[in-house]
Design a binder for this molecule. Structure first.
Ligand SMILES: Cc1ncc(COP(=O)(O)O)c(C=O)c1O
Length: 420
């Protein structure tokens, strides 16, 4: 097993070499809103358009080449999520797929049925259910957030479950605060009352292995553009459920979920992105981490575990650094003994600047971070930060470096000093 070589990983991403007009490097700490892509993803797009640009099902060579690419993308997505064959569907993005899923599940719901969501989630796993409840007279129940550390109130969750609970839709980890939810427990409790589960893995899939079979979730969604791929969405469903609820298709299409002509070029890019993570596993992963999987599934698992370890060290560095800057308050888990309960999305507020002011200051120094609520308005509201402009969010990805974290800290210190 080779040590994690961030320089070798970065060398695969041409856009990381971009600079500001004055030549200063850019630190891409904006990954949770969309990561940079390796050259292999760019090449996959070019290859599709040069070699396989045809619709599917044609009795000629380019269509056959396209069909092979489409199959390869499905196999890759299944490997990433450790999902059975044909159980992962491609769509435009997570939000659109979740609206489609929620509308499809509605066919077996009736007024008074209950759907549980969370206060922590991105709105893409809240509003599809909120609007479904409005349309069909369902009761929407929301699991509370513990504002102190950004975790879900699991006792509150237990109190919301009941015989009328039909769907539990929760995130696996928060895009705003980095919290990793006790997802397996959430799924087990939902199943105990006969409810279906819908997990949002958008901010999990880039940071740690997501195994739909181990989780036993009924549905799960994620977005490849958050894990080094192109803009697209993935929906996993247990095969009998995909069959039972799939509905909104045109004739004579055979697939119940992939409506219309998909972005074939994005599928090619997704395969390349997933192969990139498998490459990290093959190069820098601990072979023992592959178990109980093997082949590309094992490499993906080992790769994501290597990524988790590396990103956790960056989190530690960032948390230790911001502790040294007075007036900075991290929102979410900071206890160093609990770093396995959070991802490397780290958000904070400052008493010397609003999140927008800080993001602009950092941006001028070539350090790209986001500010605001990141479409998680309920969570930001629960923290009492809506009027204050939300939080400043840093996303430490597999290609970020300790040096970039230091640059962020130095720039933030300079901002603090300039305001005092
Ligand atoms: C946790 C989470 N869920 C859902 C979404 C929505 O994903 P998409 O842009 O693919 O619709 C995002 C996007 O930022 C997200 O961070």
């Amino acid at each position: 097993m080779k040590p994690y070589d961030v320089a070798a990983i970065r060398a695969r991403f041409p856009s990381l070499a971009n600079t500001l007009p004055d030549g200063r490097p850019i630190a891409f700490l904006d990954g949770p809103a969309g990561t940079q892509v390796p050259q292999s993803v760019i090449d996959a797009y070019a290859d599709f358009f040069l070699r396989a640009n045809a619709n599917n099902g044609g009795l000629f060579s380019t269509s056959r080449a396209q069909g092979e690419g489409e199959d390869a993308a499905h196999r890759a997505a299944e490997d990433l999520l450790n999902a059975p064959k044909e159980s992962v569907k491609f769509g435009a993005n997570m939000s659109t797929l979740n609206f489609q899923l929620s509308r499809s599940l509605a066919r077996e719901l009736k007024a008074g049925d209950e759907v549980i969501v969370t206060q922590l989630d991105h709105d893409a796993n809240y509003s599809p259910w909120r609007l479904l409840a409005e349309d069909h007279g369902l009761v929407l129940k929301t699991i509370r957030l513990n504002a102190a550390d950004g975790t879900l109130d699991m006792e509150h969750y237990a109190s919301l479950l009941g015989p009328r609970t039909k769907i539990v839709a929760t995130g696996m980890s928060s895009n705003a605060l980095g919290t990793i939810n006790p997802t397996k427990k959430i799924v087990e409790a939902a199943h105990a009352v006969g409810a279906l589960t819908v997990l949002d893995a958008v901010c999990s899939a880039p940071h740690y292995p997501v195994d739909v079979q181990a989780l036993d979730t009924d549905f799960l969604l994620c977005s490849p553009y958050k894990f080094y791929g192109p803009h697209a969405g993935l929906l996993y469903g247990k095969l009998p459920l995909l069959e039972r609820f799939g509905r909104y298709k045109v004739r004579p299409a055979h697939d119940l979920w992939e409506t219309g002509t998909p972005a074939f070029e994005a599928m090619a890019g997704v395969t390349a992105a997933i192969n990139h993570i498998a490459w990290i596993g093959a190069e820098f992963g601990d072979p023992a981490d592959q178990a109980p999987l093997s082949g590309r599934r094992g490499q993906l698992r080992a790769g994501l575990k290597a990524i988790t370890r590396y990103e956790t060290e960056l989190v530690r560095l960032l948390l230790d650094g911001v502790d040294q800057i007075s007036g900075v308050q991290v929102r979410g888990i900071t206890d160093r003994a609990r770093l396995n309960e959070r991802t490397s999305i780290v958000s904070f507020t400052m008493d010397f600047a609003t999140p927008d002011e800080a993001a602009e200051h950092l941006g001028n120094d070539g350090i790209q971070v986001w500010s605001g609520d990141f479409y998680a308005p309920n969570a930001i509201d629960a923290l009492g930060l809506t009027e204050k402009g939300g939080v400043l969010r840093t996303g430490l990805m597999s290609y970020n470096t300790a040096d970039e974290v230091q640059r962020l800290l130095t720039s933030l210190k300079a901002l603090a000093a300039s305001t005092r």
